[in-house]
Design a protein around this ligand. Structure first.
Ligand code: CP
Ligand code: NVA
Length: 302
């Protein structure tokens, strides 16, 4: 069998992605009965974090522990990566010591280089380009509440950055319509957009984007790495808040999602994120289950 990586949602076929959702649901039910114990017996996950994390770290580490395996947290501060050891050398060394690696870093190219030199599977735990693991949890959460997302209308409001790019890829792979409302200065990458074809529409009016929507999603206005631009961004993004007025444009049974961490009063109001339509806690919790399904898939296809 050939080694597979998960650097973006496009690395798996739509059928494989759908299977992961169903398997995530199955593993969740088994976890609730105290099962999952032998999934990763004797397996070790290496986790390189060049940016902060709560959910990604804890969900991956817990997934491995529940399955009888282990996970090693590696930060550039405490490893030779931070002192300039090349990623291609790190990839070859880790390939001899662990079974699978997850990296959270800035540039997608760092992941691609690691993947090129590694002989083990690699998972994207978030880059400036994509956050595919989050989308697995989001798609599982939608499926659990509303069934198939195929043909539904999804609304992205906010920064055309990593999460927005992953929603564009998800629209291709899970076959839904995506309306994006973002400032003209923060549109998604033109190539990622072009590759997704006419199922994606981009504008700068949140009310238009949310009209008749089945799922409304947003993310922080200043992602990790944008800290110095925070004040300017707060002004630019102020018209792109998800509030009750925006949610009223969506279908009555529309869901609200946010990958978290959230800033109440900025990209989303307290009423919306803590309201009836919000599924953010399940969405965060599902990271554990879909990532177990992903780890199982990648470890078993090596
Ligand atoms: N959503 C998400 O990836 O959260 P963390 O940054 O806490 O991992
Ligand atoms: N867009 C956010 C997502 C965090 C999970 C960031 O990159 O900081």
């Amino acid at each position: 069998m050939t080694k597979r990586h998960f650097l973006s949602l496009l690395d798996l076929t739509p059928a494989e992605l759908q299977k992961l959702i169903l398997r995530g649901i199955e593993l969740k039910a088994q976890h609730q009965c105290g099962e999952n114990k032998d999934l990763f017996q004797g397996k070790v996950l290496g986790m390189i974090f060049e940016k902060s994390s709560t959910r990604t770290r804890v969900s991956f580490e817990s997934a491995m522990l529940h399955g009888g395996g282990g996970a090693i947290f590696l930060s550039p501060n405490d490893t030779q990566l931070g002192r300039g050891e090349p990623v291609e050398d790190t990839a070859r060394v880790l390939s001899g010591m662990v079974d699978i690696v997850m990296i959270r870093t800035f540039h997608q190219e760092t992941l691609e280089k690691f993947a090129q030199y590694a002989s083990i599977p690699l998972i994207n735990g978030l880059t400036d380009n994509f956050h595919p693991c989050q989308l697995l949890a989001d798609m599982q959460t939608y499926y659990e509440h509303r069934g198939s997302i195929q043909g539904k209308r999804v609304t992205w409001i906010g920064d055309g950055f990593n999460m927005c790019h992953s929603f564009i890829n998800a629209a291709r792979q899970y076959d839904f319509e995506l309306r994006i409302a973002c400032p003209d200065s923060h549109r998604p990458d033109a190539n990622i957009l072009a590759a997704a074809g006419d199922r994606i529409q981009v504008g700068n009016d949140p009310q238009w984007a949310a009209s008749d929507s089945d799922l409304v999603v947003t993310d922080v206005w200043s992602s990790m790495g944008h800290e110095g631009q925070q004040d300017n961004r707060a002004n630019i993004f102020a018209p792109f808040q998800v509030n009750n007025e925006v949610m009223r444009r969506a279908h009555k049974d529309a869901l609200f999602m946010h990958c978290l961490p959230a800033h109440r009063g900025e990209e989303v109001t307290t009423e919306v994120i803590d309201g009836q339509q919000s599924v953010v806690w399940e969405e965060a919790g599902n990271r554990l289950h879909t990532q177990k399904a992903l780890l199982e898939f990648l470890l078993n296809t090596v």
